[in-house]
Design a protein around this ligand. Structure first.
Ligand SMILES: Nc1nc2c(ncn2[C@@H]2O[C@H](COP(=O)(O)OP(=O)(O)OP(=O)(O)O)[C@@H](O)[C@H]2O)c(=O)[nH]1
Ligand SMILES: [Mg+2]
Length: 288
């Protein structure tokens, strides 16, 4: 599956991000809690040149809470600041606001002790497309200042937004690496919607996602599609049978009672993205 997606605006944004970095105090890297490996920008840490960075696992309401906890524990062991949140949840936002206030108080003290000018905290919000960057900014600022959508590639320009007197925040377009390295990453990014739907073979993504879900969350698949894996080891033809069965069970039917695969591809992806199948994580932390 060849996916090359690196629109011109992304290359430009990357350069602009570097220019703005000098002015920033803190970077919030927004990832997707369902895929904390593939949704991290591969070289963001290098790009950031030692600026403090907090990794936010957004859409945590859609991810498997047990799996999210494993990721957070692993980050804590490495003394990295990671935070999982449902960006729409007020209690989750309160935690982030509290951390920002604490960070700001420390920065102010340092500025005062060095006799520097007191300025609002400057936060860059960065990450791959469609992870919730603009949504988070609107929530932090407390009003709709920047456009959001369930499609990737919505924010096109970098823009500083004022959040009261305490902070300024830079909204950035999703900057995805030009090369998506493994097949697994491609499938995961496509399934969650980090890559636009029209540039990838939907049938391949839907079937690959189906196999992952049958293997990792068979109870959810049984509940929703009346198919669960009945075999320990199975090949693609076995899963293809199940896939067609699931399509029929969900009434995706073509002429003559055959499964309407196109319709089921879309249904499966839609239901996965909206969390209707269940709270699902596609990536667990690697074994220690
Ligand atoms: N369930 C859930 N949905 C979220 C969360 N955060 C954002 N979303 C949704 O995710 C979609 C993308 O949000 P945006 O804020 O536009 O994402 P973005 O990272 O700015 O995207 P680009 O500008 O395209 O890179 C929207 O449909 C949001 O409503 C969250 O924590 N949980
Ligand atoms: Mg945006």
């Amino acid at each position: 599956m060849e996916i090359n997606w690196f629109p011109g605006h992304m290359a430009k944004s990357r350069r602009e991000l570097l220019d703005n970095l000098k002015r920033a105090d803190l970077v919030l890297e927004i990832c997707d809690a369902r895929l904390p490996k593939s949704s991290r920008h591969p070289d963001l840490v290098n790009i950031l040149q030692k600026k403090p960075v907090w990794t936010i696992l957004g859409k945590a309401d859609l991810a498997d809470p047990l799996c999210t906890k494993l990721w957070l524990d692993r980050a804590a062991e490495r003394e990295q600041t990671w935070l999982a949140m449902d960006i729409f949840s007020e209690p989750d936002l309160r935690v982030l606001r509290g951390m920002l206030q604490e960070f700001n108080a420390k920065s102010l003290q340092t500025a005062i002790s060095k006799g520097k000018r007191i300025a609002p905290l400057r936060i860059i919000v960065a990450g791959i497309p469609n992870t919730g960057k603009s949504t988070l900014i609107n929530r932090l600022v407390g009003k709709k200042t920047t456009a959001t959508s369930n499609k990737p590639g919505v924010t096109r320009k970098l823009r500083w937004i004022r959040g009261g007197t305490d902070f300024e925040v830079l909204d950035t377009p999703g900057i995805l690496a030009p090369k998506l390295d493994t097949r697994e990453s491609k499938v995961n990014l496509a399934a969650t919607g980090a890559i636009p739907d029209d540039i990838l073979p939907l049938e391949e993504v839907a079937f690959a996602l189906f196999i992952i879900l049958i293997k990792t969350y068979p109870e959810f698949m049984e509940d929703r599609y009346q198919v669960g894996s009945r075999a320990e080891y199975a090949d693609n033809s076995y899963y293809w049978e199940l896939f067609q069965e699931a399509a029929i069970n969900r009434n995706c039917l073509a002429k003559g009672g055959k499964p309407d695969i196109d319709r089921f591809n879309k249904l499966l992806i839609r239901e996965f993205r909206s969390g209707r199948i269940g709270r699902i994580s596609l990536e667990s932390p690697p074994n220690k």
